[in-house]
Design a protein around this ligand. Structure first.
Ligand code: ZN
Length: 470
């Protein structure tokens, strides 16, 4: 439903008055302290949502979407916990398996009860690992890799089972974050994820609960929190207790998140188009207008298509015009929504908007010059040239081909390499990257490869993107 003009004007007026022009004022004292000591590195893209913020389907989808091909079917059997399949598993591609997961008809054991699911899975994995330790000889590299994978799977289960963002953060800081390699303090940009809006039902913690959990933690730990926005929340007129919002959930929460009179603030916003909307959605534009005016940075997912909308066919809003989401498959539709060029009219409309196109188009865009998303690189460079557009290479670190091409381009000494040196930030995409490989080792390798340019990625470029002055 469209907001009336005078309501919209009132929203903008309140936002203009209650949101500070000074980005530094949105930082927590913990963060300010670390900046003052001036011996720190950034992770510009991380997640600490726990088991209560996701569901069984998200968990399985993440793995099936990203585990090495050689383990795909083995992982499917372990994670879906189904004795028999109605299809021939060996003949299924990764995409087909993802489609089955997205098809609501698949029943996974305990898929309504994520805690129970994780506990059962933990026991299974522990038992298999124990057998490895006690009796099985590691006869081959494959065995060795599988054992390593099971170890990682077990770590992720344990992280998610804690059911507290603070515990997830603690694990991240202790074992996986970049200051374990680079030394000094760590400042982490933590991106919230609003899975509730489009995936809904089985997720235990509400949007509101996650809103406060991340916000509160940011005042205890050196976290720079980003609020997830989903335009469809503009249709929510009442809160959980049935009280009517002044505008709607999307606009009211935005005002609350950035209110200078509140003792705690969010710092930026996060967009995830593949969940079923375009960045040019008319409901988002007033928010981007405020973001541009107040120096609130925006991060968007601009990578792979593993996480997406469930729907088979649906319409999206493009500046108020209703258009069909293009594509003949789930993957194609998600890819269409994630395209960096969807941001071009938004950036033109809101001059000065700071945008991070997360994942730099995705590992596939970097792996080969002939891939279906290879065109994204050039488009991102063009956007960088004309706008305050940044990027991060998170999630792609484990992909050797992508990383090598990235480093090669970085060292080209041309206009594009200059853009990379001044606009690209370091990020991990913890914890969603964990199923793929050993994050800390990948980070170490990446730092070695980028050499002298790492300082800018770890610090200077992030400071520029965030617009921090102190
Ligand atoms: Zn991410």
């Amino acid at each position: 439903m469209k907001m009336l003009d005078d309501q919209l004007n009132l929203f903008k007026q309140i936002a203009t008055e209650t949101i500070s022009n000074n980005a530094d004022s949105r930082l927590s004292p913990v963060v300010k302290n670390i900046i003052k000591k001036n011996n720190f590195v950034y992770d510009a893209h991380a997640h600490i949502f726990d088991g209560k913020c996701i569901d069984v389907k998200y968990f399985v989808t993440r793995f099936i979407g990203s585990v090495p091909e050689k383990f795909l079917r083995r992982v499917w059997r372990v994670l879906t916990r189904r004795e028999r399949e109605i299809f021939k598993l060996n003949e299924m591609s990764r995409e087909q398996l993802l489609d089955i997961l997205y098809d609501d008809k698949l029943k996974i054991r305990y898929d309504e009860d994520f805690d129970r699911y994780l506990s059962e899975l933990e026991t299974t994995v522990e038992t298999e690992l124990k057998q490895f330790n006690e009796e099985k000889e590691l006869a081959s590299i494959l065995d060795f890799d599988w054992k390593n994978f099971l170890g990682r799977l077990l770590s992720i289960i344990k992280i998610l089972k804690t059911s507290r963002m603070s515990k997830v953060y603690k694990e991240f800081h202790k074992k996986y974050s970049v200051q374990n390699i680079e030394g000094g303090d760590l400042l982490t940009v933590v991106l919230g994820m609003d899975l509730n809006m489009s995936w809904g039902k089985a997720i235990q913690e509400s949007y509101d609960e996650q809103f406060y959990e991340l916000l509160d933690l940011s005042y205890r730990k050196p976290i720079i929190p980003f609020l997830p926005l989903d335009p469809r929340r503009a249709e929510e007129k009442n809160d959980e207790d049935g009280n009517e919002y002044q505008f709607n959930q999307l606009y009211d929460k935005f005002l609350e998140a950035f209110d200078k009179n509140s003792d705690r603030n969010y710092f930026g916003v996060k967009i995830y188009p593949a969940l079923g909307y375009l960045p040019s959605d008319s409901r988002l534009q007033p928010l981007f207008e405020i973001c541009a005016a107040k120096g609130i940075p925006v991060v968007t997912h601009c990578g792979g298509e593993v996480v997406s909308s469930f729907k088979w066919g649906f319409d999206v809003d493009r500046f108020g015009e209703i258009v069909r989401c293009e594509g003949n498959s789930r993957k194609e539709r998600a890819r269409w929504l994630n395209e960096p060029l969807n941001w071009k009219p938004v950036l033109e409309k809101h001059g000065g908007l700071k945008l991070n196109l997360g994942h730099f188009g995705g590992a596939d865009a970097w792996e080969s010059s002939k891939g279906e998303t290879a065109h994204r690189k050039q488009e991102i460079f063009d956007l960088m040239r004309d706008h305050s557009v940044y990027t991060d290479f998170s999630f792609n670190l484990e992909d050797e081909g992508a990383t090598d091409n990235f480093v090669q381009k970085l060292q080209n000494e041309d206009e594009e390499s200059e853009l990379m040196k001044t606009r690209c930030m370091f990020g991990t995409d913890f914890w969603v990257v964990l199923p793929m490989s050993n994050l800390l080792e990948d980070t170490r390798q990446f730092m070695m490869k980028v050499g002298n340019d790492k300082k800018k990625m770890l610090k200077d470029n992030v400071i520029e993107f965030l617009g921090i002055n102190s």
